[in-house]
Design a protein around this ligand. Sequence first.
Ligand code: PHE
Length: 492
Amino acid sequence: MAEQAILSYLETHEEIADSGNFAAECGIDHAEIVNAIKSLHGFLYVESQDIKKETWVLTDEGKRYAAEGSPEAQLFLAVPAEGSIAKDELQKKFDPAIFKIGCSQAGKNKWVEMGRQVSRKVVQVEDKVKDLLLKIQKGQVIGQADINSLKARKLIVLQTWKGYSVRKGPSYAPQREKFATDLTRENLQSGDWKKLKFKEYNFNAKGPPSECGHLHPLNKMKDCIKRIFRMMGFEEMPTNRYVESSFWNFDALFQPQQHPARDSHDTFFLKTPSTTMQLPEDYVERVKQVHESGGYGSRGYNYEWKREEANKNLLRTHTTAISSRMLYKLAQDTKQNGFTPKKYFSIDRVFRNEAVDRTHLAEFHQIEGLICDRGLTLGHLIGVLEDFFKRLGMSNLRFKPAYNPYTEPSMEIFSYHEGFGKWVEIGNSGMFRPEMLQPMGFPEDVRVIAWGLSLERPTMILYGIDNIRDLFGHRVDLDLIKKSPLCLIGIK
Ligand code: PHE
């Protein structure tokens, strides 16, 4: 509409002298006229020149006086024509600012006699300030001295107004031609393309921002924890097997075959292939022995250990299954080449047949770390845990005695969470039992300290996520994934 108004006007007139007046005449918003001018200018339909005008406009205070009268006039009118009024009495009629200004201006103008009593000095007054303000409001011109005094009282301010004068441009036409922006299949088929005028390419235009990939908070956390482990000198264990045999997941860890965790209520067993193909036979024999009748100073569990139970395939319930494989391998290597201390870690997925709720999923990720060396003690474990968690920004730790079939002693790890205002459990740890390490073939003084935690827990704590299902699984909140910060300050 604005565009057509401009083109039509220029058809019969030399120029639009002032876009502001033009907008007012057409009854179109000036901003809209300005946009149309800019666009028409871009296509050379019109030529335009800037006009800058400075005009005086009323401040809020000015507007108020224009409507209600100046404070001095208001004050004068409140003083009785005959006699006088007590100043205190008069003051009650006004708000403090108006009263103060009214008194000083009316006094200066010699309109009133100010004392404890106030009386009129003149019969009548003219509210010149209000009249001047009304003139400015209407766009009328007033003298410089009056401008100066209104400006000094902060009743008016100078405002710059920007507009254009407009004339026909080299490509002027009374109607804007529509340019084609796309060449379509129809254009080609009908031969239209020969007649069409195409819009010029604008190589400077910025395209729409492209949606790029986003890293999942769990991946960011995983990277960060990997970095921490590497800085502490740990090697990553190969965890690329979700399917594990019960043997490595449980038996090698001295977990008795009737342990409740081995129930199908807690563990996902595989239908096909339901059993493992191969286990190291002599080691299996030593594991059977230690379960049944102990050895290495242990009394064992005194039950009949069944090979079929150990053969059952499952989805690993913890990454400690990988630790048992790696330690077995290390023990074999020790027999051949002598013992080398090791620091291992892994971060990967585990599976548990659990009821899903806001803090539990049937699959999640485990972080696991272990150190294998001669003469390690519980003190070493506490020291390493303090170092590890401090790097994650958790420096206030507490330990609570716990039970795992494969560690003795065992400790749950708690950290004080400032946000929640309480101690939250962040992991589990312990020293692997001799019943686990000795059958593998380690020298007697070799100890292993180890700990495990879920990747989800610290991620939720650090990213402030309170429902695990928003973070992982089929109901994941994509917006949350996209908006999660690239890095978290305070983690080293
Ligand atoms: N495997 C334990 C778990 O699943 C964690 C753990 C690892 C505990 C190593 C002690 C030592 O919770």
